[in-house]
Design a binder for this molecule. Structure first.
Ligand code: MN3
Length: 237
C-alpha cells in the first residue's frame, strides 16, 4: 500500500517532469541544450521532391541518417571542447591538423553533417530549371554545356564504388567534377563543393533498389540552380 507521503513524492516528481517537458517547444525536444551542432530543417516537405525522390526516403534520410551524423559529431566534440567554437567548415578544411582522438569522427560525422546540409539545399522540384549567368558560362566552358555536365556528374556517381558522393566543386578557381568515398568532403582537399550527389544506398534504395543510374538520372532533374548559382557567386567573390 502506498503511503500518503510516497504518493505526494510521486505526484511532485511527475508534475516536475511534466513541467520541464512542457517548457520546451516540441521542435527542441530532440536536442539537448548546449549541443554545438543542430540538425537543420529540411526546408520543404518530405514529399516535395516526389516522384523523383519519395517522401519515406526523405524522412529517413533527414530525420534518422542526417540526425545521427549531427549527434555523433556533437559526441566527438565533447572529447575536444576546444574545437567546439570552430565552424564545421574550418574543421573540415583543417582536418589533418586536428587531434587524432577526434579526427576520424569529424571526418565521418562532421563530413556527414556538412554534406547533407548542402544536399538538401541543392534540391528543388522545378520544371525546366537550368543554371544562368556566370555559372552557366563556367559550365559551358568547363564541360561543354549543361547536358554534358549532367552526364558527367551522373557518370561520376555511378563509378563511385560503394558509398560516397559525386561533386561539382570549385577548385583553384575552376569547376571540376569529383567523387569521394564515405562522407569525405572536398573541403578537406582544398575544394569548395557547389553540388553534392549522395550515392549511399540509403539515398535511393527504397524507391530505386539497386538502380543507382535511375536515381542519378532523376536527381539531376531537381537541382536547385538558383541556390547553386548564388553559392558559386559567393565562392568566386
Ligand atoms: Mn546520405
Amino acid at each position: 500500500m502506498i503511503s500518503r507521503r510516497d504518493a505526494f513524492k510521486t505526484l511532485a516528481l511527475t508534475t516536475g517532469a511534466f513541467a520541464l517537458g512542457a517548457s520546451q517547444p516540441p521542435s527542441a525536444s530532440a536536442q539537448t541544450p548546449g549541443e554545438v551542432h543542430k540538425l537543420p530543417p529540411l526546408g520543404y516537405d518530405y514529399d516535395a521532391l516526389e516522384p523523383f525522390i519519395d517522401a519515406e526516403t526523405m524522412k529517413l534520410h533527414h530525420d534518422k541518417h542526417h540526425a545521427a551524423y549531427v549527434a555523433k559529431l556533437n559526441l566527438a566534440l565533447e572529447k575536444e571542447p576546444s574545437l567546439a567554437p570552430r565552424p564545421l567548415e574550418d574543421l573540415l578544411r583543417n582536418l589533418a591538423s586536428l587531434p587524432e582522438s577526434v579526427r576520424p569522427d569529424i571526418r565521418n560525422h562532421g563530413g556527414g553533417h556538412y554534406n547533407h546540409t548542402l544536399f538538401w539545399q541543392t534540391l528543388r522540384k522545378k520544371e525546366n530549371s537550368a543554371p544562368t549567368g556566370a555559372l552557366a558560362k563556367a559550365i559551358e566552358s568547363s564541360f561543354g554545356g549543361v547536358p554534358a555536365f549532367l552526364e558527367q556528374i551522373q557518370a561520376a556517381g555511378l563509378k563511385q564504388f560503394g558509398s560516397g558522393w559525386a561533386w561539382l566543386v570549385l577548385r583553384e578557381g575552376k569547376l571540376a567534377i569529383e567523387a569521394t568515398p564515405n562522407q569525405d568532403c572536398p573541403l578537406t582537399t582544398g575544394g569548395y563543393p557547389l553540388v553534392g550527389v549522395d550515392v549511399w544506398e540509403h539515398a535511393y534504395y527504397l524507391k530505386y533498389q539497386n538502380r543507382r543510374a535511375d536515381y542519378l538520372k532523376a536527381l539531376v532533374q531537381i537541382l536547385n540552380w538558383d541556390f547553386i548559382g548564388e553559392r558559386y557567386m559567393q565562392a568566386k567573390g
